[in-house]
Design a protein around this ligand. Sequence first.
Ligand code: UT7
Length: 330
Amino acid sequence: MFAKFLSIGAYTPKNVMDNKYFESIVETDDEWIYKRTGIKTRFKADDNQYTSDLGVEAAKVAIQRAGIDKKDIGMIICATISPDYLCMPSTACIISHKLGLKNIPAFDISAACSGFIYALSIAKAYVEAKVAKYVLIIGAEKLSSIVDYTDRSTCVLFGDGAGAAIIGTTTNEKEKIIDINISADGEFQDFLITPGCGSKNPCSQKVLDEHLQFMKMKGNETFKVAVKTLSNDVVELLSRNGISSDKIDHFIPHQANYRIIKAVGDTLNLHEKQIVLTVEKYGNTSSASIPMAINDIYESKRLKNGDLMLLDAFGGGLTWGSSLVYFAGN
Ligand code: UT7
């Protein structure tokens, strides 16, 4: 019995923020943003639309495409760094209720941009242990709620969105999730951080005045570790499984920066056609970026059943992860 990646779904909010918009709120310009990041647009949820709402919309699509009865879902995992509520209830519990599901485990995980791959690894373990028939995994972010729109070094980078997948079982080797790496190193915990409103710096007027409730990033330092870690991680995963990079149909990396993706692609000797790029359109949507990218190639009919995907993510923590997965849609 193996775990399989049965379906994908995603949701993009309707409000577009283009680079010109940022020229009107901070000292930046379209040329800088596009040249340094590859981003042209990103999306923003409505004020009354929360992370759980984005996750529910993505989940509905994934459930429908899996062709399963939602009552057979045995677990819901939501990866997010922008939950509806800071501590509780979890966004996964709210999603569960909005989907009309009861009496199944539902929980959030905090692994920043690597969250979807962390969720995938938990889902794989649970279905292979026959604890759940299907697991719904979601990467959902309303990052606009934790972005400081006065900080040009971060605000131009991030967008809102959600992606979801159904993980099921198979006995067919050619349908399985082949392997997953997840890892972390807390030494670099301050590279990407929201310093305020946790137990260390509880919410106070001072915290709010200093904008500590928002994301901070040491961009350049993060960039260098990201390129090295993402490359090493996938090289190790491919060699452990005896798979060469030319066998990969779709390399789907976390969409933080075009230059990072290009550098990793070059290290792996990947052809342009193998690399999935959505950073231009969505910006960095953290845990949602990989499932949104998978959904893009699914909807544009580039992703076919039996295709081999290589997922690769890196984010706050620092955390990282990669996975070799056959797409096993109905
Ligand atoms: O998703 C989790 C993982 N995240 C990542 O992997 C992100 C990794 N980092 C990056 O993608 C890049 O480091 C950034 C896109 C964030 C920044 O690009 P960079 O080439 O590393 O720029 P930098 O931070 O070294 O800044 C270069 C200059 C600075 O000016 P000075 O000091 O050289 O005068 C910045 O102040 O660019 C300036 N700058 C900007 N200029 C115009 C920073 N942000 C902006 C901006 N517009 N929005």
